[in-house]
Design a protein around this ligand. Sequence first.
Ligand code: NAD
Length: 267
Amino acid sequence: MKFAIQSRGDSTSNEICTKIKNYLTEFNLELNEETPDLVISVGGDGTLLEAFHTYVHRLKHTAFIGIHTGHLGFYADWQPKELEKLIIEIARTPFQVVEYPLLEIKIIPNDGEKEHRFLALNESSVKTPEGSVVFDVEIKGEHFETFRGDGLCISTPSGSTAYNKALGGAIIHPSLEAIQITEMASINNRVFRTVGSPLILPKHHTCILRPLNERSFLITVDHITKEYKDVKTIECRVAKEKVKFARFRPFPFWKRVHDSFIDDNQA
Ligand code: NAD
């Protein structure tokens, strides 16, 4: 089995990475950063998001696991004190995996240039560098509303506990193949009207955002933010690809929600 390691880069995370490398190579596992079967992220959820984007081109073949060196993470749910147990489990390959749905986002430029396609593990958000965004929101081929406000966040089920939650979105179990659209400060008055509630879309229901005047947007894909000019449309749907997480012990999703938000004595 081939493995790769992604560190947050601080001294604690780097030390743990060195230990993992040494132990796993002693167990005859191969360190291979090009084509790993397992990517071990050491740091926090942000480190796992980085690892995901580094290996997003090989989701079919690569599973992820996260160790947290700060507070308990959603993806980084192994503690440094469990390291030896984890290493023995990894060395015992094959391992079980769970698969979570992803968001596909396509940014289509106005000038006929090639579209930009991304997969998000947590979410994509659409804002403007200045003022408010105004776009028609189309769902499954039908006009739904004209949105005016700070922006929209489109999240995956596993990302529903991140930015989406801060925006008042629901927490969705990752066994549901869905995406969630949450509003950021929509303007609602006699002229502008939006539904006001988060929307949960099933697989195969595409949401298209069609800008009405301003065409420059700040679009985030997980931890990455970029400005796109002259945008024609932004398409969002449940991706056909999924992410795999290696599971070496049960840690049910609702327990992770509980331990992260209600009672953190695990961290
Ligand atoms: P960061 O350093 O600002 O950390 C954001 C926090 O979000 C960390 O505490 C991290 O543990 C947590 N987090 C990340 N993914 C999570 C998940 N799926 N469930 C629960 N908590 C999660 O930024 P970063 O580490 O680069 O992470 C980028 C993420 O930050 C984005 O994907 C977005 O979800 C989140 N974010 C949150 C807010 C907010 O809550 N107001 C605002 C912007 C971005």
